[in-house]
Ligand binder design. Structure first.
Ligand SMILES: NC(=O)c1ccc[n+]([C@@H]2O[C@H](COP(=O)([O-])OP(=O)(O)OC[C@H]3O[C@@H](n4cnc5c(N)ncnc54)[C@H](OP(=O)(O)O)[C@@H]3O)[C@@H](O)[C@H]2O)c1
Length: 204
């Protein structure tokens, strides 16, 4: 499997890329700036390229860009991505005096990304903090959803390389609204308990 990590210069994309390279998967880091991509990729043993070149020839695209740029980035890369499956880990948060909340949009970022692309979109990995992936597979489960069975299988396979727990199929892409919202829950837990929380699904 060859994985393109668009926005792989950020902390989450770097952590994902590091785990995948160590699992023997070919990784291309994408950036709006090809030189920045190459600089970020070199220490990981990955390739680096401009986003539109990084997605060409990939089997799976991880859209690891800043969440408020994710839908626009998907629109800009529509032609370059073509029919290649996309995994969105993006979640929007709203910070206020009472804590962190999900944003009030009715549809998930992943569904909005799906509306921009010809490719099937899966969503997941939202509950994996970059810091929990830094040194080894994270000691937690990875939750994935999607409407396209083949894209979801690829995303589950990738997720399984990132965690020591299970890669869990959470149903259709509509589940992304809940998975994205769960990020706010985890950030609030981390603040309250000064923790690096992750999720485990019991009873499987
Ligand atoms: N951080 C975490 O622990 C974590 C955990 C789970 C999920 N996520 C999700 O993963 C995604 C990446 O998280 P992150 O913390 O790595 O984010 P980030 O550092 O804020 O941004 C990642 C990359 O996005 C690109 N970017 C920034 N602004 C952009 C714009 N206007 N247009 C296009 N690209 C832009 C940048 O790459 P270039 O400047 O090189 O193009 C940047 O390095 C987010 O959507 C987040 O919700 C994060």
């Amino acid at each position: 499997m060859k994985v393109a990590v668009v926005g792989g210069t950020g902390s989450f994309g770097q952590a994902v890329a590091k785990r995948l390279v160590e699992a023997g998967i070919e990784v291309v880091i994408g950036s709006r700036d090809a030189a920045r991509a190459r600089e970020a990729a070199e220490p990981l043993g990955a390739e680096g390229a401009a986003n539109e070149d990084a997605v060409a020839g990939a089997d799976l695209v991880v859209l690891a860009v800043k969440s408020d740029a994710a839908v626009d980035t998907a629109r800009e890369l529509r032609g370059a991505i073509g029919s290649t499956p996309v995994l969105s880990p993006c979640a929007e948060l709203s910070f206020g005096p009472s804590g962190v909340k999900p944003t009030p949009e009715a549809t998930s970022i992943a569904e909005r990304i799906q509306a921009e692309l010809d490719a099937p979109v899966a969503a997941g990995l939202h509950s994996l903090a970059a810091s929990n992936l830094a040194e080894a597979p994270a000691d937690e489960d990875a939750l994935i959803c999607g409407d396209d069975a083949a894209a979801k299988e690829l995303a589950l396979e990738l997720a399984g390389r990132l965690v020591s727990g299970s890669a869990v199929d959470c149903g259709p892409l509509a589940s992304a609204r809940a998975l994205e919202g769960m990020t706010a829950v985890i950030v609030n837990v981390n603040k309250r308990y000064k923790a690096h929380a992750g999720l485990r699904v019991t009873g499987l």
